[in-house]
Ligand binder design. Structure first.
Ligand code: MG
Ligand code: MG
Length: 250
């Protein structure tokens, strides 16, 4: 495993990529309403990314047929946008988005509740986000990679939810998925020591029920085995000599 270290200039480019990506998320969030299809959201987002002079990095990635992964309810990640998938009141909508700006990737994901959602669903969304912030308390010099993983798992399980095992966070840079892999669970104190200039996509995927997931026959969509709901929260961050910088936020 080789973890690439980014220069200050590269991190500046990635910060710009992340700012653009956050604007795309904001635009999509304003369109998430009952009646819109996930295909339409994908089109709106792709048009916006291209109008920024950027490239949607998920499109054709290992053959993925759209620009965004849009996953509903018990779908964990990698949902394929479709005209047949119409958003409804009460849905959990996970948008995983990425773009390339001047050769550098940014990657982030959010979960939205549509209209009135249940208290448990609200909590699931909140705990996914909180667990990201718990994790990055350890995204600093002096810690090892799995200190992040462990903090995420501890927070999620404290609230009675489970952490998906089969999918992990990752390094990001000139490639969408670089080393290292970053599980959202496991013992603390393992893996590489964190170094200034590492850029990582930290992305807890958490389930309301059991952690097991499976892939649907379309070859992409990952769903919970027990049919319960799932939430996802992701940002691209940079390790510095002080606090981490969340590159994919404004
Ligand atoms: Mg992502
Ligand atoms: Mg990612």
């Amino acid at each position: 495993m080789s973890v690439s270290i980014k220069s200050e200039h590269e991190i500046e480019l990635m910060r710009h990529a992340g700012h653009l990506l956050e604007q795309v998320h904001d635009e999509l969030a304003s369109h998430i309403k009952p009646g819109i299809s996930t295909k339409e959201l994908d089109r709106i987002g792709e048009d916006m990314i291209r109008s920024m002079g950027c490239i949607p990095n998920f499109k054709n990635y290992q053959g993925f047929p759209a620009s965004f992964c849009i996953s509903l309810n018990d779908e964990v990640v990698h949902g394929i946008p479709s005209r047949q998938k119409i958003i409804q009141e009460g849905d959990l909508v996970k948008i995983d988005a990425g773009l390339i700006y001047k050769g550098y990737h940014s990657d982030s994901a959010k979960t939205h509740g549509v209209g009135v959602i249940s208290e448990e669903d609200r909590k699931l969304i909140e705990v996914a986000k909180e667990s990201f912030y718990e994790g990055i308390k350890f995204a600093k010099l002096g810690y090892r990679l799995s200190d992040i993983s462990h903090a995420i798992q501890a927070h999620v399980e404290k609230h009675g939810f489970s952490v998906v095992r089969d999918l992990v966070g990752h390094g990001v840079g000139v490639d969408l998925h670089e080393d290292p892999q970053i599980p959202n669970y496991g013992p603390a104190g393992k893996g590489p020591r964190l170094q200034e200039g590492m850029v990582l996509a930290i992305e807890p995927m958490i389930n309301a029920g059991r952690y097991q997931v499976k892939t649907l026959a379309d070859g992409w969509t990952i769903v919970t085995v027990d049919g319960k709901k799932s939430a996802h929260y992701e940002h691209t961050i940079a390790i510095t000599n002080d606090e981490p910088i969340i590159l994919s936020s404004l």
